[in-house]
Design a protein around this ligand. Structure first.
Ligand code: F6R
Length: 607
């Protein structure tokens, strides 16, 4: 949801900002802009992808040692050059970039207009620049502090002023912001990959904090003007992790990184027969034994990992689990008490609805465990504990490797709960742990030859609609297959429990609507085969995901994507891989930008 970047130092600012924005483009890509301070403030903005801005800056005629940049995902005001950031005040003496939403912007804007301010855009952001202008009395930090106290909503901002060319002022509330420390230079960004090429020393700004960033250092202050001493942490990621490394797209690279992502996520979590969860001191054995109910809250693909979690926690640890889409949970007055455990799943750790659900749950006395891929993200900081997925940075907007790592993390959590509550024989836990450890190898095998998937994609890439079906652990896999297809290829797709088909969706079936069926071996396999028969009787093509060695399925399906056998509940991981690849191949044939699908953004920090 918009990316911001800032630089102050001794180097030419434009290339640093552009490189940073390239790494943030996943957060939004409908327009982009930069402001450079060099006596005056010069602003260049372009509608469309970052490339347009980059081309506009090719001649290098914008020198300066201080600047801010932005890549936008529109909330208030359509994508246009006027609405692109940075925005200025009436005088043009200051410029601001913003990520978030100002909820009271209409009232603020009316007030500012009545006091003579002239607005040049339709954005909520512009009210902040005029507020700062109004409050400015020779001290930019104080003006920003006063301005943000009038603002309701979420924001991460960076502000520069012609009157104070030796600093950038940053502030945040409910939108992420990191500070990067260099030698005689410092950085601001929405996310760590944006500055990884320049520094590995990072400070995470907290809610309701401001930062004064100069060449010599950063000073962090609370909104109440208390000085904050914040630990600097060292980022260990390989810079290459945020590059394409020869792959055509980030999404493809990330699909191929899935074996490593799973391996890293389960590494050292199974030790001498014990399931080990770090960062879980709040989950003492007594607390785990007293848990009466678990809620899982998440959005989108993370919600599908949550559905897998519901199945395994209930089956292995015998704890009732309710699962909610976070945007529903936060407003539905759920029944929660101190024996409730809430598991908030979010790869980015910044999703606004998931964060709000976490706060709601904690306010009602529940313990909250986060599952996230981003160290230090808002959700991890507000949860009682976090199970980190170690998938590495995911740049493609469509989640792939973070999903399989979430599933691996959730399997681990379920086994941990089962072990502490003694609901499963140790021998069974050992078998599942060993099968989990085998998954990276099995997934690698799936990625070697994708010719059948490519052929299938060629045959069906013109279809207008797809149905995805599954039962049990196959339901979230089907739902994820449908989500991947619709978000990157723009083909309508629905994911359904196969048993529900005859209660409505069957009416959609005809030759031109292919049906993808998750038909891996399991206790409902025969039922799935019956559903396939019903599909065939309506003349639709069937594409099946089946277990290696299942020859019978070939009689029923037009295409079969085989996946290696594993325990039924673990099969969600291998089964989802061919569906990611099918969506990818269809989207490529249709000429879609798989890394940056239209209207989407990687990190949904607005409600
Ligand atoms: C789909 C996708 C989204 C996210 C959702 C939640 O490919 O990426 O559906 O899963 O926006 O995001 P996180 O996991 O960051 O909370």
């Amino acid at each position: 949801m918009c990316g911001i970047v800032g630089y102050i130092g001794q180097r030419d600012t434009v290339p640093i900002l552009i490189n940073g924005l390239k790494r943030l483009e996943y957060r939004g890509y409908d327009s982009a802009g930069i402001a450079i301070l060099n006596g005056e403030i010069s602003i260049v903005r372009r509608l469309g992808k970052l490339k347009g801005l980059e081309d506009a800056l090719l001649d290098g005629a914008l020198p300066g040692l201080v600047g801010i940049g932005h890549t936008r995902w529109a909330t208030h005001g359509r994508p246009s050059e006027e609405n692109a950031h940075p925005h200025t005040d009436c005088s043009g003496d200051l410029a601001i970039v913003h990520n978030g939403i100002i909820e009271n912007f209409l009232a603020l804007r009316e007030g500012l207009q009545s006091r003579g301010h002239i607005f040049k855009s339709e954005t909520d952001t512009e009210v902040i620049s005029h507020l700062i202008e109004e409050k400015y009395d020779g001290n930019l930090l104080e003006a920003v502090r006063a301005a943000i106290q009038e603002v309701k909503g979420s924001f991460a901002i960076a502000v520069i002023s012609r009157h104070e060319p030796d600093r950038i002022i940053a502030a945040r509330k409910d939108s992420p912001l990191v500070l990067g420390l260099g030698n005689g230079e410092n950085f601001i960004a929405s996310d760590i990959p944006a500055i990884l090429g320049c520094t590995r020393s990072v400070i995470l700004l907290d809610n309701d904090e401001l930062a004064e960033v100069t060449c010599d250092g950063v000073r962090i202050l609370t909104i109440d003007d208390l000085v904050v001493e914040r630990e600097v942490f060292n980022v260990h990621w390989d810079d290459e992790a945020a590059e394409k490394c020869g792959y055509e797209d980030f999404m493809l690279k990330e699909i191929y990184e899935q074996p490593v992502a799973i391996r890293e996520t389960i590494r050292s979590r199974f030790q001498d027969g014990k399931v080990v969860l770090e960062n879980s001191s709040h989950l003492t054995d007594d607390i785990v034994k007293a848990v009466g109910k678990i809620f899982i809250v998440a959005c989108g693909t993370s919600y599908h990992a949550g559905l897998v979690g519901k199945s395994v926690i209930e089956n292995w640890a015998r704890i009732p689990v309710e699962i909610d889409i976070a945007s529903e949970f936060r407003y539905r007055n759920p029944v929660i008490d101190k024996n409730t455990l809430v598991v908030a799943i979010s790869q980015s750790g910044e999703t606004a609805d998931t964060l709000a659900s976490l706060r709601e749950a904690r306010a009602r006395g529940a313990k909250v465990m986060a599952v996230s891929n981003v160290v230090g993200s808002s959700i991890t900081r507000e949860a009682d504990g976090t199970i980190y997925t170690h998938a590495g940075p995911e740049i493609g907007v469509a989640a792939t490797k973070t999903l399989v790592s979430q599933m691996a993390a959730i399997y681990t959590l379920a086994l941990y709960l089962a072990q502490v509550r003694d609901t499963m024989p140790q021998a069974e836990i050992d078998v599942l742990a060993s099968e989990l450890k085998d998954l990276p190898k099995k997934v690698s095998g799936l990625l070697v030859d994708i010719a059948t998937i490519e052929e299938c994609a060629r045959e069906f890439s013109d279809c207008k609609s797809f149905l995805f079906l599954g039962r049990g652990i196959g339901v979230p896999v089907a739902m994820e297959g449908a989500l991947k297809l619709k978000e990157i290829s723009y083909i309508h797709a629905e994911g359904y429990a196969a048993g529900e088909m005859k209660h409505g969706p069957i009416a959609l079936l005809e030759r031109s609507v292919p049906v993808v069926v998750v038909a891996t071996k399991g206790h409902t396999y025969e039922k799935v085969i019956s559903n396939i028969q019903e599909v065939k009787a309506r003349d639709s093509y069937v594409i099946a995901v089946a277990t290696e060695g299942d020859e019978e399925i070939k009689q029923h399906a037009d295409y079969v994507f085989y996946v290696p056998e594993t325990s039924e509940f673990l099969s969600a991981i291998p089964a989802v891989i061919p569906l990611q690849l099918l969506a990818y191949c269809i989207a490529k044939i249709r000429g879609c930008n798989v890394d940056q699908p239209r209207n989407l953004a990687k990190s949904v920090t607005v409600e």
